[in-house]
Design a protein around this ligand. Structure first.
Ligand code: G6P
Length: 611
């Protein structure tokens, strides 16, 4: 959580940092701040609340003829962990000697001990905030004796926990230093200056050339130069990477929200992701090289929507490959002493590739010698780098906190993986494999067809803003995708919501159904249509309304209590890719009708890099 950015170069750092923070706000938005190093030392503007408030503060500084300006600066957008969101707890933090300023993403676990030590030291350091992060600025000042790299090495050796840091020192005004452990940090290089940032979109406007910093590597940025060092201060050679994401992908492009834009991008994202496994390249190589016959068990582990992609994929793997699949929440898997060994394939699904629990699950799997395969959207991310095999989703940057296009891309890669494994293990013939792949390849056009119903979905959603609770039901793979529908709705609309397997309704949940409850019923499994429809009738007869989303031939007439949204026909196993589009649009329009901040739902962050 938290986004950091820094710039050193020929241009004014302030607009560059503010613009970069806008692209990082998905990582947290409790407070924002910026510091520049000018002739008179540090100039810091920071406060509680969204970036928009910081912009207002910067604008009033301009009106007062005291603009914030400088060619070296750092910025931060916060998701509070230690210390409430407040002006004083906002970053950047400056040490009490006013010598060193720091922005931090991560958690310093031993900050209390370090703080006490500094408070009781010879000079009696006094702390201004309640954050763990301030200890870094204070500690760096404590260690500083003329060389900022030496001080950063000492800080890195003293702190426990996770960090991505941007550091400026008043005595070295031509230098911006960065270091990281267990949190992402990229270094961007451009003609006019160099950058540090938590994520690529923050610098994409200026450059597509980046270095990915590894744990405990130090980057030292000057106006026209970037150098890297290890913790023994030995220079490192690093490979520069070229980012293929376009700048447009990090802009709203006329849509009111990133979420809607990202929903609408899905036909292209699906097509690109499907293509990526057939064109020569990394994904094709990975798919060709995983030897599924070497494993007798598959475990899929992930968090949030990525977990729901795993639950959905379980039905596909088990049906096509006849291999048993466990799906585990990464936050549980990491602590459960899982029964896995070198005959297990652990699949990790993560948009960001940086989710702390998923990283821990990956390391747990590796420590038990299981093979690891990841499905990740962000090239250069920790999970992409550390797993044995990595398949990349071609979703491009996803900015809205609630995932849509990355989820859909994860699903299709999981389908293709299952089909390929089924072929390799002799469960499918070549002909059958081709037929399955043709079904998958038809999905992007079917999603486009679905977009023709946007008006109807929007209209129905506009009638749903008043519900206190909305339930989602489905059976088999429809139940799996109901989980995602429910999560999406609660994330962005703040309406309480649960997903249930249709058959479970009568075991308790039905007691919650009353007059004016909404139940969203999913039905793409034709063989189970009758069952889910009788669940729908059971809740209707208890006063509920039902939104029925499916592709089965229907025999109940629409009424005031029962509304249908029809999906194009698709193979049962791949139909979640269509249902989910309706579920995303439904959630989006419910939230939009409530006038909520859809791209940045309260209390959430996109990249959850803390436990
Ligand atoms: C957060 C996001 C979700 C996402 C989950 C896992 O909760 O809001 O949209 O599914 O993290 O993130 P990952 O990057 O691992 O897919």
């Amino acid at each position: 959580m938290c986004g950091i950015i820094g710039y050193i170069g020929k241009e004014d750092a302030v607009p560059i940092i503010v613009d970069g923070l806008k692209k990082l706000e998905y990582r947290g938005y409790d407070s924002a701040g910026i510091a520049v190093l000018g002739y008179n030392g540090f100039d810091v503007v920071k406060q509680k609340g969204r970036l928009a408030i910081l912009e207002e503060r910067l604008a009033s500084r301009l009106l007062e003829n005291k603009p914030l300006s400088g060619r070296l600066g750092i910025g931060h957008t916060r998701w509070a962990t230690h210390g409430e969101p407040s002006d004083i707890n906002s970053h950047p933090h400056v040490g009490s000697k006013n010598k060193i300023a720091v922005v931090h993403n991560g958690i310093i676990e031993n900050y209390k001990q370090l703080k006490e030590r500094l408070e009781h030291s010879e000079h009696g350091v006094s702390f201004a905030s309640q954050t763990d992060s301030e200890v870094i600025a204070q500690l760096a000042e404590h260690y500083y004796s003329g060389d900022i790299i030496d001080a950063v090495i000492k800080v890195s050796n003293a702190v426990e926990g996770s960090y991505a840091l941007g550091i400026m020192c008043i005595d070295e005004p031509d230098t911006l230093v960065a270091v990281k452990k267990d949190n992402p940090l990229i270094i961007g290089v451009s003609d006019h200056g160099n950058f540090i940032a938590s994520d690529v979109p923050a610098v994409l406007k200026h450059t597509n050339k980046v270095y990915y910093l590894n744990d405990k590597e130090i980057a030292v940025l000057k106006e026209g130069k970037v150098q890297f060092f290890n913790m023994d201060k030995e220079p490192l050679k690093k490979k520069i990477e070229t980012i293929t994401w376009s700048m447009d992908s990090a802009e709203k492009g006329g849509y009111p929200h990133f979420m809607l834009k990202e929903i609408m991008e899905q036909p292209r994202v699906l097509r690109d992701t499907i293509q990526s496994v057939f064109n020569d390249g990394k994904n094709k190589n990975v798919l060709d090289s995983v030897n599924i016959s070497g494993y007798n068990k598959i475990v899929i582990t992930a968090c949030g929507s990525a977990f729901n992609a795993g639950v959905t994929a379980k039905y596909v793997f088990e049906k096509l490959c006849r291999i048993s699949v466990d799906v585990e929440l990464a936050s549980e898997f990491r602590y459960k002493d899982a029964i896995i060994d070198n005959k297990t394939l652990v699949i990790l699904v993560s948009q960001s590739g940086e989710t702390a629990d998923t990283i821990a699950a990956m390391r747990e799997a590796k420590s038990k010698r299981a093979a690891t395969l990841s499905i990740v959207n962000v090239v250069g991310s920790t999970i992409a780098k550390e797993t044995d095999y990595c398949l990349f989703t071609a979703a491009g940057p996803e900015i809205a906190v609630a995932t849509t296009k990355a989820f859909s891309a994860q699903l299709v890669l999981l389908y293709i993986l299952a089909v390929r494994f089924a072929l390799k293990t002799g469960k499918l013939t070549h002909k059958e494999e081709e037929a399955q792949l043709a079904e998958i390849a038809s999905l992007p056009d079917k999603v486009k067809m679905l977009f023709e119903q946007i008006d109807a979905i929007q209209k129905y959603a506009s009638t749903c803003v008043g519900y206190k609770s909305i339930f989602f039901i489905g059976r088999n793979i429809d139940y799996a995708i109901a989980l995602e529908g429910s999560l999406k709705l609660k994330e962005i609309s703040y309406i309480h919501s649960e997903a249930y397997a249709g058959g479970e309704l009568k075991h308790g949940t039905i007691s919650l159904v009353e007059e004016n409850t909404l139940v969203v019923a999913l039905s793409n499994c034709e063989r189970l249509y009758g069952k889910i429809m009788s669940n729908a009738q059971q809740v209707i007869s208890r006063g509920a309304k039902v939104l029925f989303i499916g592709n089965c031939p229907r025999d109940d007439t629409e009424s005031e209590k029962l509304y249908y949204i029809n999906l194009p026909k698709a193979a049962e196993l791949f139909s979640p890719s269509l249902s989910v589009i309706v579920l995303q649009l439904f959630s989006y329009y419910v939230a939009a009708n409530k006038g909520l901040d859809i791209d940045k739902p309260r209390n959430l962050a996109k990249s959850v890099t803390v436990e």
